[in-house]
Design a binder for this molecule. Structure first.
Ligand code: ADP
Ligand code: MG
Length: 445
């Protein structure tokens, strides 16, 4: 195997492939967990580097004021990277402006937002929270009504009558006007109401999952975010992004400049502490290590695999693949569905090839898309087999014995293990022939 490619996890199919490709530095895939990524600010002011001399001071202060206080008894040192980002987030919320927490599903955005909100609430700030879901996105003003549902009528009493009526109608405290909602009155009402609340105490708006905020709410919230005093009204906005990606929706919902934080994955000791702290019998060391590798430091993935191990009634054999829960399979499948077909094809290859070298992946991507990593067109007359010239030792995928997963080898296991099924399903969608008919039968169960 290529020295740059770490041992592949047999778990999570394409999720493992994503990690493999990323760790190998396959930037052409535009996927990955960039542990060195620095936070950006939308206002353009540079954020101090982690190696900034002030960092030592931050570390000292972190010990008593970390937003992860309740979790840090035995993992204070290991949590350093997350603490660092969250310390900066706290500083931002204590001053002017907002924080965007982004990253893949399960990386800990809600968890971090909760910790930040708890810390602000402890300091006497009013916290308003909405957590929209995909299913609610078609409901106009759903996120706005959810955010302001705890604001009582007394706080709206000073608003001019048309504004009050518009906001009370959105909150369904009175019927919608027969002529339809006055949307300008609504914007002014939300601006006025939040401004008045902020005069009494600083206000924190938490919008957990910007990508699911319905459009009418987005428009109102962006209108007020541009006008509210960022020293009095702050926002913590989360958004699902793929590793290496930037948030698309959250910055517009932020007051003042937004500190954008791509939450880094948990470290190995953090995952070990997370698993050990579940109040379940401890997993053997080798299994903890495998869960860490399979999860790639995603706490939701790690917890779900551990849950599947519990349901299984005990640790799997060392040679066995790790079990998965349905929730995890669906989460992985959902992420795969959002990738373009060429990327999915390369991930499938990375997940199933016996030797997923970087050369093999590069060459296959170029053959599949007709473009090299540099954007040049490949020679149409060039050979189309995916074995790279630079990597003569790599076997051709699809050839008997060349695939890693036993269930994908011709004429072997009748039932692919659970973790292979999302991959096999994707393989089907991508038009790659399943290796044999028995697999096809399994896919239709
Ligand atoms: N730093 C952490 N320490 C312990 N558990 C965590 C941590 N971050 C996340 N979790 C747990 O991982 C799971 C996924 O976290 P969550 O915040 O819901 O992810 P996201 O909002 O990014 O999808 C939750 O069960 C959460 O309690
Ligand atoms: Mg969440």
């Amino acid at each position: 195997m290529d020295a740059g490619v770490p041992p592949r996890s047999p778990v999570l199919g394409a999720a493992g492939a994503v990690l493999t490709a990323v760790r190998a530095g396959a930037t052409m895939l535009r996927l990955g967990t960039d542990r060195t990524a620095q936070p950006r600010t939308t206002e353009g002011s540079p954020v101090p580097d982690v190696d900034d001399p002030r960092r030592v001071g931050m570390r000292t202060r972190m010990a008593s004021t970390s937003p992860y206080e309740s979790h840090e008894s035995h993992e204070r040192h290991e949590n350093q990277e997350r603490h660092e980002w969250l310390r900066r987030a706290q500083d931002r919320l204590a001053g002017r402006g907002s924080v965007v927490l982004h990253g893949p599903h399960g990386i800990g955005k809600t968890y971090a937002a909760t910790a930040l909100a708890d810390a602000r609430r402890e300091r006497g700030e009013l916290t308003l929270w909405t957590a929209p879901a995909r299913a609610e996105q078609p409901l106009p003003y759903c996120a706005l009504a959810d955010l302001l549902r705890t604001v009582d009528d007394a706080a709206l009493a000073a608003l001019p009558a048309p504004q009050q009526r518009a906001l009370r109608a959105v909150l369904r405290r009175e019927p919608l006007p027969p002529g339809g909602l006055d949307t300008l009155a609504l914007r002014l009402a939300v601006l006025g109401a939040l401004g008045r609340l902020a005069a009494a105490s600083a206000v924190l708006l938490v919008i957990d999952s910007a990508q699911w905020v319905d459009r009418p709410s987005t428009e109102v919230l962006a209108f007020v975010a541009r006008r509210l005093d960022p020293a009095r009204v702050h926002a913590v906005v989360t958004e699902n992004t793929e590793p290496g990606g930037a948030p698309a929706y959250a910055p517009a919902l932020c007051t003042g400049g937004a500190l954008e934080i791509a939450l880094p994955p948990l470290t190995q000791p953090e995952v070990a502490a997370l698993l050990a702290g579940r109040g379940r019998p401890e997993l053997p060391h080798w299994l903890t290590q495998r869960v860490y590798e399979a999860s790639g430091g995603n706490p939701m993935f790690a917890l779900e695999i551990a849950r599947a191990i519990d349901h299984r009634g005990g640790p799997p054999d060392r040679a066995e693949p790790l079990p998965l829960t349905r929730r995890l399979r669906e989460a992985v499948a959902d992420r795969l569905d959002r990738l373009d077909p060429a990327t999915r094809w390369v991930l499938l290859l990375a997940a199933t090839a016996a030797q997923p070298t970087l050369g093999l992946l590069r060459h296959s991507a170029a053959a599949r898309t007709g473009r090299t990593e540099q954007g040049d067109r490949t020679d149409p007359g060039a050979r189309t087999d995916p074995t790279p010239r630079t990597d003569p030792g790599a076997p051709t995928p699809g050839a008997p014995g060349s695939v890693r997963c036993p269930c994908l080898r011709r004429g072997t296991a009748p039932h692919p293990p659970l973790q292979c099924r999302p991959l096999l399903l994707r393989q089907n969608q991508l038009g790659l022939r399943p290796p044999n008919t028995r697999h096809q039968a399994t896919l239709h169960i």
